[in-house]
Design a protein around this ligand. Structure first.
Ligand code: ARG
Length: 436
């Protein structure tokens, strides 16, 4: 029987029923729905809607449901959504008193409350995943602290940097992701319960007490906004889409670094696959899937934002799609961060290859120009002088150190022999320039 059977004469069509049913998705809200219902029941007791006995029966009945069902078992039941399941199951346990639980409440304020409780917990889990990945990256940088690789701009060799410099770049990115998620918690932590369907509740439920019981920091101020506000979902999707973009960029770097052409790193067999046809292949599937899931997660953000932007104020059924977008993004981000951490922890850096790449003297061209600058030459002039030297070296298929630099500027007299050694180029950065 439907919750609205008094108004309706006809049964809903099975095809529409299938479309309307969200239990396959929102069954995961079982625990939070029951917690919120228990807080609501206590508030109904407080304002005299429930007698002590009715409240006790409802409270115990709700607790029992939680101990008897897992979300997977709930999914297998025929109800429309998690709220309908809980109410009907409660009625089958305690009888008509269950019908009082929905007094002064709507599924609109109920689902908004449940979902905020769920997202709040999810953010905590993602935060822990990001932090673990950051630690793995720091360790990976420290493990190879003496390794130098080229840094790239437009994917062309630019200047040498330490391997740890590249690992720590991602620690910065993921650190910002954590900061954003942490800041979002304050906005998630607002309780809509008591807003009713849209205009508020006719019953003087103690909202502050409910918020306290559910661990919310604040209560919402406006029922019209509270029942249709999904900014917290948009923020979550946006924050994880950005974190996934960072994961994807690391994945992309390492797909490139692990090619035969670059050969800077070797990915472990734990996170790679072979080919069904070509016996020699070792493919970076983990990193490719991270790159792909980052794209799909960005799509979830884009989809849900498009859904939100056209909605009239107040609850609309469109909002039911929020859980699907959120849960997929949540699954994606947790899976990707975990696999990425495993990948980071198990790579091997191939120092013979990094050393060879880092020794490319053209990456010292800027340092040669700066050498002239420190002798008083304007940078633009120095750039031009070194540019001509580079041109000749390229034409003669030589390294920069192999051509007579003094023919381009006598000021190169006295250039230390190891001036272009990668370690020296790297060590020159990050502090006031050392005069030669
Ligand atoms: N299953 C619904 C959702 O997730 C619950 C709210 C239903 N409200 C309504 N007015 N039909 O959004």
């Amino acid at each position: 029987m439907k919750l609205w059977h008094g108004r309706f004469e006809e049964e809903s069509d099975p095809v529409f029923e299938k479309m309307n049913r969200s239990l396959g998705i929102d069954a995961v809200l079982l625990e939070v729905d029951i917690r919120a219902s228990r807080a609501h029941a206590r508030a109904l007791l407080g304002c005299g809607v429930l007698s002590q006995e009715e409240w006790k029966a409802i409270d115990q009945g709700l607790e029992q449901i939680l101990s008897e069902y897992t979300p997977d078992q709930v999914k297998a039941t025929p109800y429309e959504d998690i709220h309908t399941f809980v109410e009907a199951t409660l009625a089958s346990k305690i009888g008509p008193a269950a019908g009082k639980l929905h007094t002064g409440r709507s599924r609109n304020d109920q689902v908004a409350t449940d979902f905020r409780l769920y997202v709040r917990k999810a953010v905590g889990l993602v935060l822990a995943d990001i932090e673990a990945l950051e630690l793995a990256l720091i360790e990976c940088g420290a493990r190879h602290s003496d390794v130098i690789i080229p840094a790239y701009t437009p994917l062309r060799r630019a200047q040498p940097i330490r391997w740890s410099h590249s690992c720590l770049a991602f620690v910065e990115m993921f650190g910002r992701d954590r900061e954003r998620l942490e800041q979002s918690l304050g906005r998630i932590d607002v309780m809509p319960l008591g807003s009713g369907a849209v205009a508020g509740s006719n019953f003087p439920v103690d909202r502050e007490a409910m918020a306290k019981e559910l661990g919310f920091k604040r209560i919402s101020a406006n029922s019209l906004d509270a029942t249709c506000d999904r900014d917290f979902v948009l923020e979550f999707l946006s924050n994880v889409a950005i974190a996934m973009a960072h994961a994807s960029r690391l994945a992309e770097d390492w797909i490139i670094y692990s090619t035969e052409e670059f050969g800077f790193i070797e990915l472990s067999e734990k996170v790679t696959t072979g080919s069904s046809l070509m016996p020699q292949k070792k493919n970076p599937d983990s990193l490719e899937l991270i790159r792909a899931k980052a794209a799909m997660t960005a799509g979830l953000l884009s989809g849900f934002l498009s859904l939100m932007k056209g909605l009239p104020t107040g609850y609309n059924k469109d909002l039911q799609e929020d859980k699907e977008a959120f849960l997929k993004a949540f699954e994606n981000v947790r899976l990707c961060l975990t696999v990425l951490r495993l990948t980071v922890r198990t790579i091997t850096v191939k120092t013979d290859r990094t050393q060879k790449a880092a020794a490319d003297s053209f990456m010292g061209a800027t340092d040669l120009a700066d050498f002239l600058v420190m002798k008083g030459v304007p940078f633009r002039t120095a750039h031009e002088i070194v540019g001509r030297a580079v041109r000749e070296a390229v034409d003669q298929n030589k390294q920069l150190g192999e051509i007579p630099l003094t023919t381009y500027s006598p000021l190169f007299e006295g250039l230390p022999a190891d001036y272009l050694a990668p370690e020296n180029i790297v060590n020159r950065k990050g502090h006031s320039p050392v005069l030669p």
